[in-house]
Design a protein around this ligand. Sequence first.
Ligand SMILES: [Ca+2]
Ligand SMILES: [Ca+2]
Length: 187
Amino acid sequence: MVTSHDTERTSGRGFTLIELTIGCVLLVSIAATLRSTLLTAVESTAAARSDMGNTETVRAILTRIAYELRSSSRRGEDRNENGELDEGEDLNGNERLDSDWLATDTSIRFNRMLTDGTFTPPLTYRWTGDRIVSEHMLTSGRVIRTPVASGITGFNIAQIDDSIRIRITRKSLGRSETQSMVIAPRN
Ligand SMILES: [Ca+2]
Ligand SMILES: [Ca+2]
């Protein structure tokens, strides 16, 4: 015969298997929700950082090209603009006429004027594949090719009056960043 005293003892001896199972399911469910929330927060933070990184990268590329283009010259060493190397025009002594201005839709080539008034051999920025590369001719005539940026999905050069507009689009982790800059060459 079961007394009320026995019933109290039975319920106080611990959890039943069903209660334990429900508890475990609840715990697992709460843990899964927490994990999902944390993962979403981490992914959002990573995406935000990536966006900032991409924005800064595109700005850095534009700033670099703009810095060099501001000291460029359309005429270069060709003072009399006849397209030939005449006496007194080879200011940097490399036996070539450094007058290499050429802007296309996807590249720009120019000579920079240095502080001593001489011009550098041609410097080119070109969009090729998903990269922007620089091609820098040394005084010896050797050309050094250097990747400047990867992930480039757009590099557009446009001449607007006396200025050059450069527009760059770069994709990083599925997100695109486009920036442009209008630069006035030295002359
Ligand atoms: Ca000339
Ligand atoms: Ca020269």
